[in-house]
Design a protein around this ligand. Structure first.
Ligand SMILES: [Zn+2]
Length: 102
C-alpha cells in the first residue's frame, strides 16, 4: 500500500517530500505577496495576498486553507508565487508582452 501524500506538497520520484516554501523563506527571497488562484471551473479569479503579518513558519501552499474565492465563492484555491513580482525583478518592471510576429 502506497503511503498517503499531502495534497499541498511536492514529492520527488522516490516519494520524498520537498520542504515547502514558507512565509519566511519567501520574504527572504524578496517577495512581498503571493497570488491566490481560484481553480473552480470557468472562474480563474486571482488576487494578491500580502505576506506581512502571516506566521513566518506557515508553508506557502497552506495559505489556501480556509480561503474562498471572492468572485464565485469556490473553495478550490491554490497559492502561487506572484509572477508580477518575479517579472518586475527579471525585466526591471518593463512590459515583457510579445509585440506581434517576429
Ligand atoms: Zn472563483
Amino acid at each position: 500500500m502506497k503511503p498517503r501524500r499531502h495534497p499541498r506538497r511536492a514529492y520527488d520520484k522516490d516519494g520524498k517530500m520537498y520542504p515547502p516554501a514558507t512565509v519566511a523563506t519567501t520574504l527572504a527571497a524578496r517577495y512581498r505577496t503571493v497570488t491566490a488562484w481560484c481553480q473552480s471551473h470557468r472562474c480563474a479569479h486571482h488576487a494578491e495576498i500580502p505576506l506581512a503579518g502571516l506566521p513566518p513558519d506557515l508553508p506557502i501552499p497552506d495559505i489556501a486553507i480556509g480561503r474562498r474565492c471572492s468572485k464565485c465563492g469556490g473553495r478550490d484555491v491554490i497559492i502561487h508565487l506572484n509572477v508580477t513580482e518575479l517579472y518586475d525583478r527579471s525585466f526591471g518592471g518593463k512590459d515583457c508582452t510579445p509585440r506581434g510576429d517576429p
